[in-house]
Design a protein around this ligand. Structure first.
Ligand code: AMP
Ligand code: MG
Length: 432
């Protein structure tokens, strides 16, 4: 619809779009954002845009896996509790120090975990298998060994983790704490990752005041901007707060123009339904093109989506108009915005939430013709370990935030049915 042809709200409504069709249209043409180089500590949750190879071998040299004594295995091959072997202690190697001594037959070198294996030694006897004092202590001049060792006992071999030049993390890998540790250990301090999507968040409604502000008259707190910003952050985005716009087309349009200048995606909430003050679609159509409006989901039917060109010609900014009811805004973000953000952030695998199968513990009902997402709590079925039970988290009205805060998941009830009996097994989108 063009700006000069506003929606004719008296015309019959188009049939609702199926969820998958709506999502496909939203994802069409969405590509990972360009790469940028970031430091390790800024990379948590990012997606690698280049393959990484180990720059150093790990461990770089043979070292001890235990606190104890570096020995020649042949010296202690027959050691036991009954027949201890006595060795002279000629030196010590702590982690971070190059051994000074070479091990001669009949001697031992005290060694700490991570210490470099001295020349001449080929095994470690843990301190627990000796009569040496444990913990912080003077180095003894002699040690009695109560346990036998063979060559290689408690020795961590050079390269037993990774070898320099070996591929460690491929393009598209999500960098969690473990992947970052591996990159750091193998010599990386900076690398190339996809840029985070920038999400501009706008609340619309005359009734809204910022959280923490006193409520007067007919005011309520803007909670959607809080959930949307948090959902965007947890999907790997950066957030730009556009604040609150009154239900006035010009006011909303000005905020959207600001969003187009600053963001990759604008997520507005409220004002997309058929009410007399629902100006968001009109405001958007003044600066861009609405691609779709109204999807067969419950809650969240009036969700709107479109694109607006940037003024500098560098492509389009995506626009999501989420319904104002807090649960509708939350659910439609999970269903539609999160996959787009994850695709932009470079995720190649799953871009939606994972699902589990769970058995409903009570009868449920819903509107026919729409796929419902019911707030549920998940718990393991005591009668069937490994299987899940889904219990309604509370009232399912789209304003009931308390039930959303109590929910672990959204039980998916198909379009075709208007009720399901207790005991039915359904898919549940996990929210954790
Ligand atoms: P709307 O979609 O604008 O018709 O709003 C539907 C319902 O959601 C109304 O009860 C609004 O007061 C409420 N609502 C809209 N925006 C927000 C928001 N940002 N935070 C909390 N509630 C909202
Ligand atoms: Mg409103």
């Amino acid at each position: 619809m063009a700006a000069d042809a506003p929606a004719d709200l008296s015309a019959p409504m188009e049939p609702l779009l199926r969820l998958e069709e709506a999502r496909d249209r939203m994802l069409s043409g969405v590509e990972p954002l360009p790469a940028e180089t970031v430091a390790l500590r800024a990379a948590l949750g990012r997606v690698l845009a280049e393959p990484l190879v180990a720059l150093v071998t790990m461990p770089p040299w043979d070292n001890s896996a235990m606190d104890g004594f570096a020995v020649r295995a042949e010296d202690v091959a027959a050691a036991s509790g009954a027949q201890p072997v006595r060795l002279r202690v000629v030196g010590e190697v702590a982690a971070g120090h190059v051994p000074r001594e070479t091990l001669e037959p009949g001697t031992a070198i005290r060694i700490l975990t991570g210490g470099m294996i001295p020349r001449g030694a080929d095994a470690i006897v843990p301190v627990e298998d000796t009569d040496a004092p444990r913990g912080v202590s003077e180095r003894p001049s002699e040690v009695r060994v109560f346990g036998a060792a063979v060559a290689g006992t408690h020795v961590r071999r050079a390269g037993s983790d990774v070898t320099a030049g070996e591929p460690i993390l491929d393009t598209g890998r999500i960098l969690g704490p473990a992947q970052l540790a591996l990159a750091a250990a193998t010599g990386h301090a900076r690398f190339s990752v996809h840029r985070r999507p920038r999400v501009a968040v706008l609340a619309t409604g005359d009734e809204l005041v910022a959280p923490g502000e006193p409520l007067a008259g007919a005011h309520i707190h803007d909670s959607n901007s809080v959930s949307i910003a948090a959902q965007a952050l947890s999907a790997g985005a950066e957030v730009i707060d556009l604040g609150i716009a009154l239900d006035v087309e010009k006011a909303v349009r000005n905020k959207l123009v600001e969003g187009v200048e600053r963001a990759d995606i604008i997520v507005a909430s409220g004002g997309v339904s058929v009410g007399a003050h629902d100006v968001v679609k009109d405001a958007f159509e003044a600066i861009g093109t609405l691609d779709l409006w109204r999807v067969a989901v419950q809650p969240g039917k009036p969700v709107a989506f479109g694109r607006a060109p940037r003024r500098d010609g560098s492509g389009d900014v995506l626009f999501f108009g989420l319904p104002g009811n807090p649960v509708s805004s939350f659910v439609t973000f999970e269903l539609f915005v999160r996959p787009v953000l994850r695709r932009l952030a470079g995720h190649t695998g799953s871009i939606g939430r994972p699902t589990v199968r769970a058995m409903l513990t009570a009868d449920v009902s819903k509107a026919p013709g729409r796929r419902a997402f019911l707030r549920v709590q998940l718990e393991e079925d005591p009668a069937r370990p490994g299987s899940w039970l889904a219990t309604l988290a509370g009232g399912q009205g789209s304003h009931v935030l308390s039930a959303l805060a109590d929910a672990d998941g959204l039980a998916i009830i198909p379009e075709e049915v208007d009720s399901l009996p207790a005991g039915s097994v359904v898919d549940v989108l996990r929210l954790d």
